[in-house]
Design a protein around this ligand. Structure first.
Ligand code: ZN
Ligand code: ZN
Length: 327
């Protein structure tokens, strides 16, 4: 197999030939056909997450086909198309695993961070954490659903019954979530970097009722806001934009420091919460509904060996929607 391997944070990924791996008990081997590139991959690359495992193969929006099955795996078969998300393994016995909060497991593994992921021609997965994808839909178009879509969906559920929904940072996750929110009858207010006219046009093209810079107040108060950009300074701006009792959801795994802000921005029962990881139930719910929602993901394809270019383009905001690697 071949993979793009990160040996040390802050360095480029290296195209590497590795021995083929065989699935152990409870595992499957998946031949990767597409793998999305996520903002979290940049955090791994930059060494911004605690206790990174090095060397590591990044990538956690994996679409592939099972080509080998380990002992004891049931309900999956060779040739089947599956999706592998960020959550790769949980302990099953901690207080979180046993109370429906496996996203907060004390001893989890994550694809592309603490377990080798999908920037590769093949990967080994814990079979219990693979989502059967069926045959409908294009491999490349499906890949971004596995993190951008899924974490977006979990964030939306946590945002609650918001009719006016603000999305701060209009990248891969927001462009999917805007379509989910519209399907649900919500009004989307899109916030981009100040002056990012192209990003604002992209959001309006996805039926956002309003789009503007993150430094601007929306024309109506928001019921909730979800922050996808890894910029802590957006937190007080979003709190300012939500109504009394409104909720601000931080959807990213890492953010720059949040500047201090006056208590009145949180007063009147405004809430500030974060979303961490996903549960398998989130994945099953979202992937079952996604085809009905008519989600069209906008993707830019890169060859697997162009992963460094894809990451650089993501960092610089050089494409709309999501980048996807194709081996
Ligand atoms: Zn656990
Ligand atoms: Zn991700």
């Amino acid at each position: 197999m071949h993979a793009m391997v990160l040996k040390t944070p802050g360095t480029a990924l290296e195209w590497t030939e590795l021995p083929d791996r065989h699935p152990g008990p409870g595992e499957i081997r998946v031949k990767v056909v597409a793998c999305g590139v996520c903002r979290t991959d940049l955090h791994v690359l930059d060494g911004e997450l605690p206790e990174p495992r090095m060397p590591i193969i990044p990538g956690h929006e994996i679409v592939g086909r099972i080509d080998a099955i380990g002992a004891g795996v049931e309900g999956l078969h060779p040739g089947q198309r599956v999706g592998l998300p960020w959550l790769a393994h949980t302990c099953g016995v901690c207080r979180f695993c046993t109370s429906g909060q496996e996203n907060l497991c004390d001893r989890p593994l994550f694809n592309g961070y603490t377990r080798d992921g999908g920037f590769a021609t093949a990967t080994i997965a814990d079979a219990r954490f693979a989502f059967p994808l069926g045959e409908a839909g294009d491999d490349v178009a499906l890949a971004p659903l596995l993190c951008a879509g899924l974490i977006g969906y979990r964030s939306l559920v946590i945002a609650g019954e918001a009719r006016n929904l603000g999305l701060y940072g209009f990248g891969a996750a927001a462009h999917i979530l805007a379509q989910v929110a519209k399907w649900q009858g919500r009004s989307v207010f899109a916030f981009t970097r100040p002056g990012d006219v192209a990003g604002q046009d992209f959001a309006r093209g996805l039926d956002a009722v309003w789009a503007g810079g993150s430094d601007v107040m929306p024309p109506e108060p928001l019921d909730a806001a979800i922050i996808f950009a890894a910029v802590g300074a957006l937190v007080p701006l979003a709190l300012r934009a939500v109504r009394k009792g409104g909720r601000v959801v931080c959807a990213g795994i890492h953010m720059s420091d949040i500047p201090s802000f006056p208590y009145r921005l949180l007063w009147e029962e405004r809430q500030l919460v974060s979303v961490a990881n996903l549960t398998r139930r989130d994945g099953i719910e979202f992937l079952a509904q996604a085809p009905k929602m008519g989600i069209v993901t906008k993707t830019t394809r890169y060859r697997l060996d162009q992963a460094n270019a894809a990451l650089a383009d993501l960092r610089a905001g050089r494409f709309e929607g999501a980048a996807v690697l194709v081996p």
